[in-house]
Design a protein around this ligand. Sequence first.
Ligand SMILES: Nc1ncnc2c1ncn2[C@@H]1O[C@H](COP(=O)(O)OP(=O)(O)OP(=O)(O)O)[C@@H](O)[C@H]1O
Ligand SMILES: [Mg+2]
Length: 219
Amino acid sequence: MKTLAIVSQKGGVGKTTLATALAVEAVRRGQSVVIIDLDPQASASFWKDTRQETLFEDPLAITAVPASRLAHVLAAAENAGCDLAVIDTPPFSKDIAYEATQRADFVLIPTRPAVLDVMAMTRSLDLVKHYERPYAVAITFCPHQGREVEDTERAIRELEANLCPVRIGSRIAYSRAQQTGRAAQEIDPGGKAAQEIAGLYDYMGIHIGAVAQEGVKNG
Ligand SMILES: Nc1ncnc2c1ncn2[C@@H]1O[C@H](COP(=O)(O)OP(=O)(O)OP(=O)(O)O)[C@@H](O)[C@H]1O
Ligand SMILES: [Mg+2]
């Protein structure tokens, strides 16, 4: 089993949206997936509660646990035959971010395209460097135009941090899907958000191996 943690101590950067969309993408690629919700706000768990009919068969499990139980739950997921665990974390909690980071095979650090957000993100960078975890910073809420994304990418490179080449656009499909317990690629399979999530998943697959490309279920 591989473990992906989505970590950012900034709020509202798209952690839960990416956690749920990547989990759905993994299911679409034939993987058995569990989302581990470490956020006391339980957004991912509420997402799952509202998730009713989906385009894909839904073997997607979710469990909301305190971070102190993370190791136990990861071991149980592995014993149960899960291929991928996706850990969603809350903003502002250093302790929970620590716990998730140290147990992850790969850490995704979402950030909005603003230089001040990049500065805030350095705390998450310190964590992945401390635990020597493979990671990438992914820019989310990218506007259609303007210089923000390029400026943000430059700031990330200046920090000598790993930059994910896939940009996540600011797209209504993400928020609309989130509100109905689905992922963007489920409500608009041919859309740009679907392409971004597939690209992000492929990128992570290259880095952590194994969560990849068996038969794609249901197209
Ligand atoms: N790429 C995007 N484009 C447009 N809206 C988005 C995008 N990503 C997330 N959203 C919306 O922005 C809001 C915040 O996203 P999300 O809950 O995923 O962030 P978060 O980092 O998990 O927040 P928190 O720190 O509170 O847990 C949600 O309403 C979500 O639907
Ligand atoms: Mg969240």
